[in-house]
Design a protein around this ligand. Structure first.
Ligand code: SAM
Length: 250
């Protein structure tokens, strides 16, 4: 069941977010994190909810061949298109919600989201769609603010979420991203924690459920080759297992 009905345009929030995200004090806090995430991206990348293209400057042409940037909000789309020239890799823009991605199955090496999964109407459907379009040896990279591990703060986040959703484009303060990833069948490889208070940030790298099913061989570096399913394998991942919980980016 979706936890909120569906996507609704948020033009006022889009204008505000574009303005604040370009202010130096705001951008400086996120810059190292955006850089870190983009450095993990490999091959053909799907960026879901790309906003105004805030991540475009960080994609590395040595690692990333092309970026497909999706965005459902008409106002954000205008900013996104205006910032295409910030990217050093080719970017193609598609209007789409995260819950319905108009791409073939297993067509991306990396899917990246930054500050998006707090806002999607149906988190479960979004993670399932991302799993569908990721190659079995691909990776989901997230930079998201999450539910606080401190009970008092989590209660406060829940109390403020209705107001936050109204003023900030359906942003939920209290989503437990690690549980959502596991419930959707992902294997979390890396979790990094930043900040705290009402907006604790997490960076996750996770393998899709198809990785386990295919027994894909997982390697560090460009994930461009198709999976090599094999019933028995020496070294690397064993059939039916994906090397989740292995911290490869530390
Ligand atoms: C806080 S902005 C983040 C923008 C950008 N990713 C960044 O890192 O600055 C949230 C973004 O999520 C997008 N969004 C909200 N609901 C969505 C949905 N259902 N599917 C895809 N994107 C969505 C919004 O349009 C907006 O661009």
């Amino acid at each position: 069941m979706p936890d909120t009905p569906s996507y609704r345009p948020a033009p006022v929030f889009a204008r505000f977010y574009e303005w604040i995200s370009r202010r130096r004090f705001f951008a400086a806090q996120f810059e190292p994190l955006r850089r870190e995430l983009a450095q993990m991206s490999r091959g053909r990348v799907l960026e879901v909810g790309a906003g105004g293209g805030q991540n475009f400057p960080y994609y590395d042409p040595a690692r990333v061949s092309a970026v497909e940037a999706t965005e459902p909000d008409g106002t954000m789309l205008r900013y996104l298109r205006a910032h295409l020239q910030d990217s050093r890799v080719p970017v193609h823009v598609t209007e789409a919600t995260a819950e319905h991605l108009p791409f073939d199955a297993h067509s991306f090496d990396t899917v990246q989201t930054t500050m998006v999964l707090c806002s999607v109407g149906d988190l479960g459907a979004t993670l399932a769609e991302i799993a569908r379009v990721l190659k079995p040896d691909g990776r989901l990279l997230l930079l998201e603010h999450v539910r606080s591990p401190r009970r008092g703060l989590a209660a406060l986040q829940t109390a403020f979420t209705p107001i936050q959703r109204r003023v900030a484009g359906n942003c939920h303060l209290n989503r437990d991203m690690a549980s959502a990833l596991r419930d959707a069948g992902y294997a979390i490889e890396t979790e990094r924690r930043y900040g705290g208070g009402m907006f604790p940030l997490r960076l996750y790298a996770a393998r899709p459920p198809s990785c386990r099913r295919a027994g894909a061989r997982v390697v560090d570096g460009p994930a461009t080759s198709p999976p090599a399913p094999s019933p028995r394998r020496r070294g690397g991942a064993r059939a039916g297992r994906c090397p989740g919980a292995r911290k490869i980016y530390s």
